[in-house]
Ligand binder design. Structure first.
Ligand code: GLP
Length: 240
């Protein structure tokens, strides 16, 4: 595992976007695994800057980690809307190159297994971006998750609902369930880049770098992967 500590959020966003850009220009086709949340906002801004105006977005396919259950695509708080605003729309990416689970599917179990199959049918993920929750969750794989799991329905921990309430008008509006790629799905990515900033992420990062592999800290599953880069600001790195 490679750990890079940069000075601030701007640098973290630039560095991670640059690594994605390098991989994209080196490939004729690339499957990107993408994340939502506050952390990657700067990453998307920088990556859009790198890619805009270059005639290379056709080679990109994107697969998002997760989506809330019960929110339609058009809901301002859906992860689809987040992705559309920050990445799909600025780059004019089409529906047949951008994939995200459907949190309004009638049969959510079926939606989960179809999403898993879809990723496999395109040959798997080449490069995966990950943020991390304060409790160590990746995607929406909460503490206690099995490391072999594939895409599935999850119940969110109260602490995760609380942490994500800042994006909603009221905590009551935050969905309590989501569809997420499983840790097994994530570990199949050929390369993984983790980004984290702020002191509230320092414990999860400590567990990743120095802790034992443990289901109590889902991010420690990455210890079993051979190509992981962790990019941190100084606050997130302060226990490393
Ligand atoms: C969410 C997402 C994760 C994300 C995490 C941290 O719940 N499902 O993919 O990494 O929370 O979010 P943030 O970057 O806002 O701290």
């Amino acid at each position: 595992m490679k750990v890079m500590v940069v000075e601030n959020y701007k640098e973290l966003s630039q560095k991670s976007a640059q690594m994605f850009y390098q991989s994209i220009i080196n490939k004729r086709a690339i499957n990107l695994g993408l994340a939502t949340g506050g952390t990657p906002v700067g990453f998307y801004q920088e990556l859009v800057k790198f890619l805009k105006g270059h005639d290379m977005t056709e080679c990109i396919r994107t697969f998002n980690l997760d989506e809330y259950i019960g929110l339609s695509k058009g809901n301002p708080n859906s992860f689809y809307t987040f992705m559309n605003d920050h990445f799909y729309k600025p780059l004019n990416l089409s529906d047949d190159q951008t994939f995200i689970p459907n949190g309004k599917a009638d049969d959510l179990e079926d939606e989960s297994s179809q999403y898993e199959t879809l990723i496999q049918s395109y040959g798997g993920i080449d490069l995966q971006l990950l943020g991390v929750g304060e409790n160590g969750h990746i995607g929406f794989n909460e503490p206690g998750s099995h490391f072999e799991q594939r895409t599935h329905v999850v119940n969110l921990k109260p602490s995760t609902v609380q942490a994500n309430a800042r994006f909603f008008n009221s905590i009551k509006d935050v969905p309590k369930k989501a569809i997420t790629m499983g840790i097994g799905t994530i570990l199949d990515a050929k390369e993984i880049i983790v980004i984290a900033n702020g002191e509230h992420k320092a414990e999860a990062i400590y567990q990743l770098v120095h802790g034992e592999k443990s289901r109590n800290w889902p991010i420690t599953a990455l210890k079993g992967h051979s190509n992981v880069t962790v990019i941190l600001d100084e606050a997130a790195a302060n226990k490393v």
